[in-house]
Structure formats: C-alpha cells, structure tokens
Design a protein around this ligand. Structure first.
Ligand code: HPA
Ligand code: ZN
Length: 326
C-alpha cells in the first residue's frame, strides 16, 4: 500500500532487538523500587549520563548491571509491553525478539519465569499492537559451551514458544565454532539459527557462523566487507544481515553514521536490514534508525522501501504472510 508522511512510519519488521536492551531508565527505576533493588545511580539523569560507550564490553557491563531489576514474570511482561507500544508507534508490524536467559538464571531467576513473562505480553501483541512476534533465545558466547547446553536443556519444555536460537555478548575470543554442539541440537529440535558475527569479530567468525553453525541469518555482519569471498558467498546465498546503524556508532564499530557502509552493502547485493539492537541504550527504536540513516546517508525513498521489504523477506514469517508484505 502507498505510504506518505501522513500515514506515519512505513511498515517494517524488526529482526535484531534484545528485549533487555529496551529497558528504559524510567522503567528500570520503577522496577528497582517494586523489587527492592538498589541501583548504583541516584537518578534517571545520572543513569543516562553513563550511556557513553567505548566498545561492546563497556556497554555490556551496564546492560547486565541494569538487568538486576528484572526479577518476576510481571517484570518481563511489563518490559515487553513497553517495547511493543514503542514499536507500534515506529511502524513495526513484526518483531523477532532476542532474550538472554543466562543473564537471568545467573541471578537466580528461572528460565521459565523469563519465558512465561515474555510470552504473556507477546500473546497479546497482535491484538493490542498489531504486531506479530517470534522469540529468539540467545546464548552468551563469553560463557562456556556447557552452560549453553544446560540452558538449552532447561528451556526444552518451552521450545514451542521459541523460533530460533542466537548468540550474543562479548564476541572477540569467542568464535561461533565454540557452540557447534548446541546449535546442532537446536537444529535437530526444528529451530532456526542466527548468530551475532562480524560486529567486533573478524570475517572468519562470519564464515564459522555460516559453515559450522549453519545460521539462517547473520546479526550485524558489517565486517564481512573486509573479505571479498565472504561477501560473494553472502550475496550468492542471500543470507540476511541484520545491521544496527545507531548501535554501530554508539559502540564505535564505525566512526560516524555518515561513514556507515550500509550503502556499500546494498550496492554489493547483500540482503541488508536495518534494526535497533538495544534501543534504550543506543538512542533510537526501529524507525529512528531508518530516519537516521536516511538523513546521514541521503538515502532515497526507493532505498528505504528496499530496506523495509528486506526486513520482511529476511523474517521467519511463514511464506504467505511474508509475501503479503512484499
Ligand atoms: N552485540 C553483542 N551482544 C549484545 C549486543 C550486541 O550488539 N546487544 C546485546 N547483547
Ligand atoms: Zn545485538
């Protein structure tokens, strides 16, 4: 359908979104109060001033610390409702949402509490927000392969709510091949597979994600441009890359938005999508990312439409639903 400014943000799918990365300072303080958790920041403003990152790890330190406020099913449901409301306002019609079970089980919150809370909100998403959803369970790559296996087994009773497994957290030093076994189990169980690769890590990590883990999509993947053969492979197989422009700037993966390789990636024939990653921390949700790249890179209407179309093409929606968006 034709869209213009009066219709609001055009329809898009969000394919790279960590639900814990949607925890806004306001909700963090409210949940801290509700759960009797003391945050190491006195005010929301003081917390926001901590959102100045030098790399992925410096962000992850704050990201994991702030999660201490998430304790009950209600907390996870409230977090998810807050995200869905914002996503709706940004034109998101479909969202494939990451969560990090080990970041919660490590604090004594059972995986069932996390999944029940998230799905309670997600079960209302279509009716309340007009958003279809999928859940992607991520393993923390800086934890052991055994911990990932134990997490997968603990989540087995809930696999009917989970569409895919993913891999996130500190990349360098933790190549995808470390998780070959748990990905094989996930594929046997009929799950799709994605993995963060080529954000801070080298192109070889993207190769491993493809050839060892058998991923259906690569999250980030921007460093693929350093390897011509890898680009050719990603283009030939039309492997989607879930690129996160504002995240890349805030985590200093690239210098500034005007230097972002997104246009070069499109030009190379890569199946690129635009996503928000951890919007509460990186300064914008889905449409904010579209608007920011449009302005910084002078993208025309046709390119923005291609990016939106790519987001549905790259999704795990069933074929007829996906086709209806294209
Ligand atoms: N990279 C790796 N791990 C993450 C990220 C990211 O951008 N966001 C949340 N966990
Ligand atoms: Zn991410």
């Amino acid at each position: 359908p034709a869209q213009n400014a009066a219709d609001g943000p055009f329809p898009k799918a969000e394919l790279h979104l960590h639900i814990e990365g949607t925890l806004e300072p306001e909700l963090a303080f409210a949940l801290a109060e509700r759960n009797g958790v003391t945050l190491p920041y006195a005010t929301e403003d003081e917390l926001r001033r901590a959102y100045s990152f030098s790399d992925l790890q410096s962000f992850l330190n704050l990201y994991y610390a702030l999660m201490a406020v998430l304790r009950t099913e209600d907390d996870f449901a409230d977090l998810t409702h807050a995200y869905l409301a914002r996503a709706q306002a940004q034109g998101v019609r479909h969202a494939e949402i990451f969560f990090d079970p080990q970041a919660h089980t490590a604090r004594g919150v059972p995986v069932g509490t996390v999944i029940e809370g998230l799905t309670r909100a997600l079960d209302t998403a279509e009716e309340r927000y007009g958003i279809t959803t999928r859940l992607i369970m991520c393993f923390l790559r800086d934890e052991s392969a055994e911990s990932a296996l134990a997490t997968f087994e603990a989540a087995r009773p809930y696999l009917d709510r989970i569409t895919a497994v993913g891999l996130d957290s500190a990349e360098v030093g933790h190549p995808p091949s470390k998780f070959a076994e748990v990905y094989a189990l996930a594929r046997e169980a009929g799950l799709k597979c994605v993995a963060h690769a080529g954000e801070e890590g080298p192109p070889s990590y993207v190769w491993e994600a493809l050839d060892v883990l058998g991923v259906d999509r690569v999250d980030h993947g921007v460093r693929c441009l350093e390897d011509e053969k890898l680009v050719a492979r990603l283009v030939a197989d039309q492997v989607p890359l879930t690129v996160c422009p504002l995240s890349n700037v805030r985590l200093r993966v690239i210098g500034e938005l005007a230097d972002h390789p997104l246009p070069a990636m499109l030009e190379a024939g890569l199946l690129v999508t635009v996503n928000s990653d951890d919007p509460a921390y990186f300064g914008g949700y889905a449409d904010d990312n579209f608007t920011a790249v449009r302005d910084a890179l002078n993208l025309d209407e046709e390119t923005l439409r291609t990016l939106a179309r790519n987001s549905f093409r790259a999704s795990f929606l069933d074929e007829p639903t996906r086709e209806a968006y294209l």
